[in-house]
Design a protein around this ligand. Structure first.
Ligand code: NAP
Ligand code: ZN
Length: 350
């Protein structure tokens, strides 16, 4: 075992605190990554606060992990010491089911191993995430990060990037499509950058009047402030595709009404409570409501390579780990521009 150090939630109603724990001794197929930066996803908050149920403590959150390879196992072929490397939301899966065989490990029918708040494939060893100094991961779940990308700004690609890239690709968003991105937070701002890079006509749908200018700077062609119902009305029945990244309860029907005939709305945000959907909002226009969960390892690597080619990274605010609880409070208020990323050096020496 190797002694690791990080920050953990000890229970659902307490602030995160410093925490020492053990990682496994690296095996022949393992890569040890010294974590330099870790992005802060709203899923970290949902899970720390047990908003989705079933949270396990102590919990070291963090699934937007980047750093450099510190050590490799004897059978590792594709990484060497010193390489930049990343880990996203997945650290293992059964490797043998219908989903895994299609490289859709996120839908593994035997249950994937999440990076934290989950179990290894033995179904009993808890996994711990990236708010820590290093991680031991199977080579096949390690992502390559181009040296062209600034590491701190690339960290959010590992979750916010793939979660928005995957549905945009799956539903073939491309030139000429009118695409709405709902919620301008971590996922939303990546959705804007990626959809713009794919040639779409992008409209940000936000509750924050104050984010209007930023939305344009990020590449959006237009902005709707959703609290103004006449602004929504102006865009009724006009969108080909809407990506909903909102983390809290909101009105799905008002958004569905923005879709044109055969338009599609995909949920990636996961509020804790189910939302009512009116059949009328779907049948009038043969509209589709769907969902999407992160992306498989192959697609995550494809997204990282795409971002390196198109020079796409996240707009980040770097924080020391000691500010994590305050960062959570700010994210809950929608006050993040547009991803907090923890500088792991702030953890200090072991
Ligand atoms: P975030 O940075 O906190 O952004 C969420 C944004 O949603 C806010 O900035 C705000 O944007 C908007 N919003 C918040 N409360 C709202 C409300 N009551 N009504 C309408 N809009 C509201 O969060 P994130 O990290 O992007 O994550 C977003 C959601 O995606 C979370 O639920 C997270 O768990 C989920 N997620 C899902 C996946 C997946 O695989 N499906 C992966 C990662 C994360 P405006 O100020 O612009 O309105
Ligand atoms: Zn995430």
């Amino acid at each position: 075992m190797k002694q690791a150090k990080g920050y953990a939630a000890i229970s659902q109603d307490k602030a995160l605190t410093p925490f020492n724990f053990e990682r496994r001794t690296p095996g022949p197929n393992d890569v040890v990554i010294g974590i330099e930066f870790c992005g802060v996803c709203h899923s970290d908050i949902h899970q720390v606060k047990n908003e989705w149920g079933g949270s396990r403590y102590p919990m070291v959150p963090g699934h937007e992990i980047v750093g450099k390879v510190l050590e490799i196992g004897s059978a590792v072929k594709t990484f060497k010491v010193g390489d930049p490397a990343g880990v996203g939301c997945l650290v293992d899966s059964c490797g043998d089911c219908v989903a895994c065989n299609q490289q859709l490990e996120q839908f593994c029918s035997n249950g994937f191993s999440g990076t934290y708040n989950s179990f290894e494939q033995d179904k009993k060893t808890p996994t711990q995430g990236g708010y820590s100094n290093f991680i031991v991961v199977k080579e096949s779940y390690c992502l390559k990060i181009s040296p062209k990308l600034k590491l701190s700004a690339a960290a959010p690609l590992l979750c916010a990037g793939i979660t928005t890239y995957s549905p945009l690709r799956h539903w073939n968003v491309s030139k000429g499509h009118k695409v709405g991105i709902v919620g301008l937070g971590g996922l939303g701002h990546m959705g804007v950058k990626l959809a713009v890079s794919m040639g779409a006509n992008v409209v940000v749908i936000t509750t924050s009047e104050s984010k209007k200018e930023d939305a344009k700077r990020l590449g959006a062609h237009d902005v709707i402030v959703s609290r103004n119902s006449n602004e929504l009305q102006k865009h009724a029945s006009s969108f080909d595709f809407i990506l909903d990244t909102v983390s809290a309860e909101h009105d799905l029907n008002a958004l569905l009404n923005l879709l044109k005939i055969d338009g599609k709305m995909v949920l990636v945000g996961v509020p804790d409570k189910p939302a009512p959907v009116s059949a009328f909002a779907l049948i009038g226009g043969r509209r589709t409501l769907a969902g999407s969960l992160i992306g498989g390892i192959k697609e995550t690597q494809e997204m990282l390579d795409y971002c390196a080619e198109h020079n796409i990274t996240s707009d980040v605010e770097i924080i020391p780990i000691q500010s994590i609880n305050e960062a959570y409070q700010r994210m809950i208020k929608g006050d993040v521009k547009y991803r907090f990323v923890i500088d792991m050096q702030s953890l200090g020496q072991l």
